[in-house]
Write a protein that binds this ligand. Structure first.
Ligand code: HEM
Length: 163
């Protein structure tokens, strides 16, 4: 009973942080940076603050998702033993591994994007860093959406039915 409650809490926390992380990068990629690129800001300060906050959200979320995802994987998948879904051999297990790779890509794209964006702002430029880093943040937003597609394929059972 206690183990089930802990697992349910981990599952919930996993979903909540996934939504917060994906939502924040999506907003930056499709709202904030296009505004900055189009000259809506007159000072670098708000963009520096926004970039710093995105990095914090991203770092906290990535750690929480790794921990909760690792727990869920340990709870629901096996490696090499008979019985249960194998992490490497089952369709859903392989999708969890895809999730792990996408997690790394998402964290990396945001770190590199924010670093380059802040370096541009340090040079007292406003529109140029936004234009140059937009593709990185848009790629990160697409990776975040792909993570939800992968999660959905697992939990709806679609992957097992059709793949
Ligand atoms: C180290 C990284 C991660 C690992 C190891 C991991 C692992 C897992 C596992 C084991 C599940 C449950 C699968 C099942 O029900 O059999 C899951 C579900 C899910 N994960 Fe992840 N995950 C990771 C990162 C992420 C990230 C970064 C996101 C999104 C930003 C995400 C979104 C989801 C979603 C939407 C579900 C479906 C939850 C549900 O409705 O049941 N995961 N993940």
């Amino acid at each position: 009973m206690a183990v089930t409650i802990v697992s349910d809490v981990f599952h919930l926390v996993h979903l909540v942080f996934a939504a917060v992380w994906a939502g924040s990068v999506f907003y930056v990629a499709f709202v904030l940076l296009p505004l900055a690129r189009d000259g809506a800001f007159t000072s670098t300060k708000p963009l520096e603050v926004a970039s710093g906050k995105l990095k914090t959200i991203s770092r906290v979320s990535s750690v929480v998702l790794l921990a909760t995802g690792g727990h869920l994987a340990g709870d629901r998948y096996t490696i090499g033993s008979s019985g249960g879904q194998d992490l490497f051999a089952s369709t859903n297990g392989q999708l969890v591994l895809v999730m792990l790779v996408l997690w790394l890509a998402l964290a990396g794209l945001i770190e590199v994007g924010a670093k380059r964006f802040e370096a541009g702002l340090d040079g007292k430029k406003l529109r140029e860093p936004a234009r140059e880093t937009l593709p990185l943040f848009r790629a990160a937003a697409l990776v975040a959406i792909a993570l939800f597609v992968v999660g959905g394929l697992i939990t709806t059972g679609t992957a097992v039915r059709y793949l």
